[in-house]
Ligand binder design. Structure first.
Ligand SMILES: Cc1cc2nc3c(=O)[nH]c(=O)nc-3n(C[C@H](O)[C@H](O)[C@H](O)COP(=O)(O)O)c2cc1C
Length: 232
């Protein structure tokens, strides 16, 4: 395997709207998917005027730096080194990010430093700025794609076309372009140079190329050597 960086899609969904959105997204991009599950099963977050969800959000608001404020979730094993883009798909709860997803990001958001972060939010009607603020707090060093994608629950059936437009708007295909050129089956004799001619990559080692650069990808096959300039 040469370079395996790619996209991780992480989501939580209580009433399935975000799940539907994620399913539509999966048919448009290649990504590994993690579904967050609260440890406590069968909770009715909407009962008694959303009392449980409300209490969870209040606890986080009161003490956002304390791990004990976040509801327990089933253990997740993830090696974030493998990804250079993370898309977070979240339901909005009381103008914040749904609590179980915040638990995951409280544990792993710092490992997402320097990665591209896309945010998709589903709400009934409330605006998503509070969820964006949560994402920035929990992923302090993320390179956030702008804008976030807001899909109201009434628009869920329209998610596929909204996602298509959003992926274009944030330039998603450019983010992953290099992996089209030098994917897992990158030939051994392919080299990547920066514009000063420094050899950046050769061989089987895994690297993440910093964004904002132009690179030369040279595949020096015996018969047909080619050189391709890519913007990353
Ligand atoms: C505990 C809880 C609190 C919610 N608070 C809000 C809210 O403040 N404003 C809003 O527009 N929708 C609110 N909703 C609705 C959800 O954001 C909306 O139904 C969303 O599509 C749910 O996504 P899901 O089906 O993936 O769980 C809330 C839902 C729950 C369960």
């Amino acid at each position: 395997m040469a370079i395996s960086a790619k996209t991780l899609l992480v989501y939580y969904s209580y009433t399935n709207n975000v799940h539907t959105i994620v399913t539509a997204l999966q048919s448009q991009i290649e990504a590994d998917v993690i579904s967050i599950e609260p440890t406590e099963k069968g909770l009715d977050y909407a009962a008694d005027n959303y009392a449980i969800g409300s209490a969870q959000i209040s606890a986080i608001r009161a003490n956002p730096d304390d791990a004990g404020s976040y509801p327990a979730i089933d253990p997740v094993t993830v090696n974030l080194d493998k990804y250079d883009t993370v898309i977070v798909a979240a339901p909005l709860w009381w103008s914040n990010m749904a609590a179980p997803l915040q638990t995951f990001l409280f544990g792993h958001g710092k490992e997402m430093a320097g990665k591209n972060i896309g945010l998709i939010v589903s709400s009934a009607s409330s605006g998503i700025s509070g969820v964006e603020a949560d994402a920035h707090r929990l992923i302090p060093e993320g390179r956030f794609l702008s804008p976030s994608l807001w899909i109201k629950s009434s628009q869920t059936s329209n998610a596929a076309s909204m996602i298509t437009n959003w992926l274009k708007e944030v330039g998603y295909s450019n983010l992953s372009a290099i992996y089209d050129v030098i994917g897992d089956d990158m030939p051994e004799n392919t080299r990547i140079f920066d514009l000063s001619g420094n050899l950046i990559k050769h061989g089987e080692d895994m690297i993440l190329l910093p964004h904002g650069g132009i690179y030369i990808v040279q595949s020096a096959g015996a018969k047909n050597a080619t050189s391709k300039k890519i913007i990353w």
